[in-house]
Design a protein around this ligand. Structure first.
Ligand code: UD1
Length: 431
C-alpha cells in the first residue's frame, strides 16, 4: 500500500489548478444510464472513484471511452443495459455506486444493487433512497445483501410527492434521475441544494429532462418518455479548492487557487476570514476564477458547525480541524452530518494536537506544535486533514493507507510539491 512522506515547515507558494468535482462527475456518469445516446463529459477528475464508476458502467454494458491520457474527457454510452447489477466488489469500495439504482430502475424496470453497508465515518444508510423509490411505485426486496428494485407491473415508475426526512445528497440525485424518466410529476421536498445536485440538474436538462427548482430545496420534475445524448463540463471541485486554500493558510504561504468557483466556497471563505486569513478573488469576468490565500503569523480560533449546503461542508471538517490546531485559542467544531467523523482527530493528537471530543463536538486548543510521526488515513477527507497537519509539523510524517486520498484528490503529491511542499509518494509493495 502506498504511503506519503511529508516534511513539514515550508510555506507554500505559487498557483494550483483545481480539477473537476468528483461528486459531480459520479452522478453525471450514472446519468448516462438513462439514455441509449452518448453522454460526453469534460473536466472529469483523474481519481480512483471515477475509475470505479467507469468499471461499474462497463460491467452494466455501457461503453466508456476517452481520447486523451491522462483523461479528463470521457464518452459514455449505454446502448442497452445488459446487466442491471451493481456488484458487491464495486459497491464496497465506493458507496456512490448506489447512484446507479435510480437511473437503471427507471430505464430498464429492474435494478440490483449491493447494499453499501457501513463505512468508517458512520452507518450511512440508504433508507431514504428506497422509501422515495417505493413512493414512485417501485417494489423493493432486500435479500442476500442485495437490493432488488422493480417498477410496478403496470410499467414505469410514476411521479410522486416526496419529502425527505433528512437532506441527502446522493438520495436527491438518485430520485432526480429516476423521476426524469417516470410517468408524471415528482415533487421532491427537503432536497439537497449542493452545487453537485444543481450540476446534475443542468446535465439532465441538456438530456431533455424537465426540472425546475434547482438551487432551492423543492425540485419539480416532469417525467419524459426518453432522454437523449448531451455534452457537459463538470463543475470545479469545491472540496479540493478548499483543501488547497487551507494548505496555503496553514503554512503561512501565498497560494493562488485557479479554475475554482468562489460562489461555492462562501461558508469556508467566511470561516477563513474569521480565522484571520486573507482570501481574495483574483481577476474578474466570467469563466474559471481564482482565489489567492495569504497566511498570517497569528491564526485565530473560530468555532465551526458542519451543515448541508450552503453551510460549512462536512467534507471540509478534517481540513478545518488541522487549521484549528494552529489557531490561537479554543475552536469548537460540531459535526452534524455524520456521527463518527473524527477518526483523524486521534491521529492529529498523536502528532501533538490538543483535541478533546465529546459526542459530536470536538474542542481544539491551539496553537500546538505538531511533530511528524506515522499516521493512518481512515477515510478520504480525514486523509486530507492529515496531509495538512503534516505540512506544518516539524520533521517527517508518514501517512499510511493513502489509497483513501487517491479516491478523490487528483495528483495531490504533484500539486502540493508544485507549491513547494516537501512531499513524496512511496510505492510500498504488498506484504
Ligand atoms: C454525499 C457526498 C459526501 C458528503 C455527503 C454529505 C457524494 C458521492 N458523496 O454523500 O462526500 O460527505 O454527501 O455532504 O456526493 N442518510 C440517511 N438515510 C439515507 C441517506 C442518508 O439517514 O437514505 C443520512 C446519512 O447517514 C448522513 C446524512 O443523511 O447522516 C447525509 O448523508 P448524504 O447526504 O446521503 O451523504 P451521501 O450522499 O452518501
Amino acid at each position: 500500500m502506498d504511503k506519503f512522506l511529508i516534511t513539514g515547515g515550508t510555506p507554500l507558494h505559487g498557483t494550483v489548478a483545481i480539477s473537476g468535482a468528483k461528486n459531480s462527475a459520479l452522478p453525471a456518469m450514472a446519468a448516462s444510464l438513462l439514455t441509449a445516446d452518448q453522454i460526453t463529459l469534460h473536466n472529469v477528475p483523474m481519481v480512483r472513484d471515477i475509475v470505479t464508476m467507469g468499471k461499474l458502467l462497463a460491467y452494466m454494458g455501457a461503453s466508456v471511452s476517452t481520447r486523451d491520457f491522462p483523461a479528463s474527457e470521457y464518452a459514455f454510452q449505454a446502448h442497452t443495459i445488459s446487466d442491471a447489477v451493481a456488484p458487491y466488489e464495486l459497491v464496497k469500495t465506493m458507496r456512490a455506486s448506489i447512484l446507479t439504482l435510480g437511473p437503471t430502475l427507471a430505464r430498464t424496470g429492474i435494478a440490483r444493487v449491493s447494499l453499501p453497508g457501513g463505512c468508517a465515518i458512520g452507518a450511512r444508510p440508504i433508507d431514504l433512497h428506497l422509501t422515495a423509490l417505493e413512493k414512485m411505485g417501485a417494489e423493493i426486496v432486500t435479500s442476500h445483501g442485495y437490493i432488488e428494485a422493480r417498477t410496478p407491473t403496470s410499467g414505469r415508475l410514476h411521479g410522486a410527492r416526496i419529502a425527505f426526512e433528512k437532506i441527502t445528497v446522493t438520495g436527491t440525485e438518485n430520485i432526480l434521475m429516476a423521476a426524469a424518466l417516470a410517468d408524471g410529476e415528482t415533487i421532491l421536498e427537503n432536497a439537497a441544494r449542493e452545487p453537485e445536485v444543481t450540476d446534475l440538474v443542468e446535465l439532465l436538462r441538456k438530456m431533455g429532462a424537465k426540472v425546475t427548482g434547482d438551487e432551492t430545496s423543492t425540485l419539480c420534475i416532469q417525467g419524459v418518455e426518453a432522454l437523449h445524448g448531451a455534452e457537459h463540463t463538470v463543475i470545479p471541485d469545491r472540496i479540493e479548492a478548499g483543501t488547497f486554500l487551507i494548505a496555503g493558510a496553514i503554512t503561512n504561504g501565498d497560494v493562488t487557487v485557479t479554475h475554482c468557483e468562489p460562489r461555492h466556497l462562501t461558508a469556508l471563505l467566511n470561516k477563513l476570514r474569521e480565522a484571520g486569513v486573507s482570501v481574495e478573488p483574483v481577476g474578474d469576468g466570467p469563466g474559471p476564477r481564482a482565489l489567492r490565500v495569504r497566511g498570517v503569523r497569528k491564526l485565530l480560533a473560530a468555532d465551526m458547525t458542519t451543515e448541508e449546503y450552503p453551510g460549512f461542508a462536512t467534507d471540509m471538517q478534517a481540513q478545518y480541524m488541522a487549521l484549528a490546531t494552529q489557531a490561537e485559542g479554543s475552536s469548537s467544531i460540531t459535526e452534524t452530518i455524520f456521527e463518527n467523523r473524527y477518526l483523524h482527530a486521534s491521529e492529529m493528537i498523536r502528532m501533538g494536537a490538543h483535541i478533546s471530543i465529546d459526542g459530536r463536538t470536538a474542542v481544539v486548543r491551539g496553537p500546538a506544535e505538531l511533530s511528524g510521526t506515522t499516521v493512518q488515513a481512515s477515510d478520504l477527507r480525514a486523509s486530507a486533514g492529515l496531509v495538512l497537519a503534516a505540512l506544518v509539523a516539524s520533521g517527517e510524517t508518514t501517512i499510511e493507507r493513502v489509497y483513501h486520498i487517491d479516491r478523490g484528490y487528483e495528483r495531490i503529491v504533484e500539486k502540493l510539491s508544485g507549491l513547494g511542499a516537501n512531499m513524496s509518494r512511496v510505492h510500498a509493495p504488498a506484504i
